[in-house]
Design a protein around this ligand. Structure first.
Ligand code: PBE
Length: 298
């Protein structure tokens, strides 16, 4: 019995090796599956260059030493990439913000941001040109009085995006349903005639929503209102040059901080018109990461 043939010994050893290798392969497949979401990501899908969002997203890539490319796109382009990834259940990281109607359409989550490079709680500020208070006191006061909350802005945005209504019509519908709030902004103000107010805004759904609401209320006070769509940097510059009268686009203290620092001495900041906004890196809920720190680093 001691004489196990050499062949048998070889066979048994080989079997053990095969079994062990099998086990090893299985466990490495398991761990690859566990981490594949984060490991597969090569880019952060961004929005328009020159936006506050891209400024802080770039600071986030640097601050966390992320091994990811920050790609430029537009809000609409970023959203369609997000929707395509969700259809295929693929991993994706985008720059996004709340209020935003897209959170009603899909299960998404903000990645935790312990360094707060994307900002913690943000407020959206109304800013006007110097001299507006003397030139158009009613408009100045109305712009100063305008304020609403995250749910209001989401309602207008959902109206014109998800339901495919013109922004102006969505704004009119919101005003109709929120007459008390709107009346409070207008209370005690003198109506005007033959005066024009020009507002600058950027082609983002949040700003399209607020700017259309304010434009309609200014029209109720008797103003002709011109809306000028420009890039964020141009809007700050035009306001500081007095070429436009006001804008509702600056997310602070973090999002638009670079522009604000550059122009704050030439413009009038009327403070927040909306509190509790948020920017961040956002992923679909099905991804198994929770923090910016779980993304690939250099
Ligand atoms: N956003 C949308 C803009 C403001 C609103 C967050 C992309 C930005 O600050 O860049």
């Amino acid at each position: 019995m001691l004489s196990l043939s050499k062949n048998w010994v070889t066979f048994i050893s080989l079997s053990i090796v095969v079994m062990l290798t099998g086990c090893q392969e299985e466990s490495s497949v398991d761990s690859a599956e566990e981490s594949n979401d984060a490991a597969e990501i090569e880019e952060i899908v961004g929005i328009e260059p020159g936006s506050g969002t891209m400024d802080i997203a770039q600071k986030t890539v640097e601050g966390y030493n992320l091994d990811l490319e920050l790609t430029t796109s537009s809000e609409a382009g970023m959203l369609s990439e997000l929707e395509r990834a969700i259809e295929n259940e693929e991993p994706i990281v985008v720059t996004l913000w709340q209020p935003h109607w897209i959170f009603k359409e899909y299960d998404l989550k903000f990645l935790e941001d312990p360094k707060e490079t994307m900002g913690a709680s943000e407020n959206i500020h109304t800013m006007v040109r110097q001299g507006l208070e003397d030139d158009h006191p009613t408009a100045y006061q109305l712009l100063d009085n305008f304020n609403w909350d995250v749910a209001d802005m989401n309602e207008v945005m959902s109206n014109f995006r998800a339901d495919d209504v013109e922004p102006r019509d969505a704004a009119a519908e919101w005003i109709e349903n929120n007459r008390d709030k709107v009346d409070a902004w207008m209370e005690g103000l003198e109506p005007v005639e033959d005066e024009t107010i020009e507002l600058a805004y950027v082609n983002w759904d949040t700003e399209t929503a607020s700017t259309n609401v304010v434009a309609l209320v200014l029209e109720e006070m008797g103003y002709d209102v011109e809306l000028t769509m420009v890039d964020m940097g141009i809007a700050f510059q035009a306001l500081s040059d007095g070429e436009v009268d006001g804008m509702l686009i600056a997310w602070l203290p973090v999002g638009a901080a670079s522009y604000y620092e550059e122009y704050k001495n030439q413009i009038v900041d009327l403070g927040p018109n909306l509190k509790g906004a948020q920017q961040g890196l956002v992923v679909p809920e099905y991804m198994d990461i929770d923090s910016i720190e779980d993304l690939p680093i250099k």
